[in-house]
Design a binder for this molecule. Structure first.
Ligand code: ITT
Length: 193
């Protein structure tokens, strides 16, 4: 079975992706690999940050590795918070503060359309492959639900009648940006196997 290091410190991402890959690959977390670093995300695109994360961890492990960078892109806010999603309300990376800031910035705006966009960077034998997944939806006025993480309580995907935070992980994965990007990675690995 193929082993891949997942270059993230976000346990929610690990849980979601383990559910999608469902034992097809052996996914090693940074914690399991004994790596305790705050992975840098210095760039102004999701693509560049995803590449940075996978490259840094490949440099440390010399093992096949993937990373992902995700942003919530809101049309009425010209694509914000986007690449700044984790630190929208400051360096504290506080999910609730980020939601509060988003709702304040959307006050009075008619257009509440948004999308989550995930960019996955896979480094196989040091060569990079990139995959993208998008989930379109809208931002509601008041948060609902307690599951998931990040902006899940304010995001309803198109075609659903509840927020990501009101869904089980399996339900979220029927719509999710992350699921779509990882499915492309899985298809790619199956093709070259
Ligand atoms: P790593 O860089 O260690 O992977 P991170 O949490 O910093 O973890 P990102 O840089 O991709 O990950 O952060 C994007 C932020 O966007 C994240 O902190 C959440 O606030 C939000 N986010 C990402 N995916 C999300 C999802 O599926 N649902 C809700 N919010 C999400």
């Amino acid at each position: 079975m193929k082993t891949l290091v997942f270059a993230t410190n976000n346990q929610n991402k690990v849980n979601e992706i383990r559910k999608v890959t469902n034992g097809l690959f052996n996914i090693i977390t940074l914690q399991e690999a004994g790596i305790d670093i705050d992975i840098p995300e210095p760039h102004d695109t999701l693509e560049a940050n995803a590449t940075e994360k996978s490259t840094v961890i490949y440099g440390l492990t010399k093992q096949d590795v993937f990373s992902e960078d995700t942003g919530l892109e809101v049309i009425a806010l010209k694509g914000e918070p986007g690449v700044k999603s984790a630190r929208y309300a400051g360096e504290g990376r506080d999910f609730q503060a980020n939601i509060d800031k988003l709702l304040v910035n959307l006050e009075g705006k008619e257009n509440r359309q948004a999308q989550f966009r995930t960019v996955v960077s896979l480094l196989l034998d040091g060569k990079e492959y990139v995959f993208e997944g998008i989930c379109k939806g809208s931002i509601i006025q008041e948060q609902k639900g307690f599951k998931g993480f990040g902006y899940d309580p304010v995001f309803i995907p198109d075609g659903a009648d509840k927020t990501f935070a009101e869904m089980t992980m399996d339900e979220k994965n029927t719509f999710s940006h992350r699921k779509k990007a990882i499915s492309k990675l899985i298809d790619f690995l199956n093709e070259i196997a």
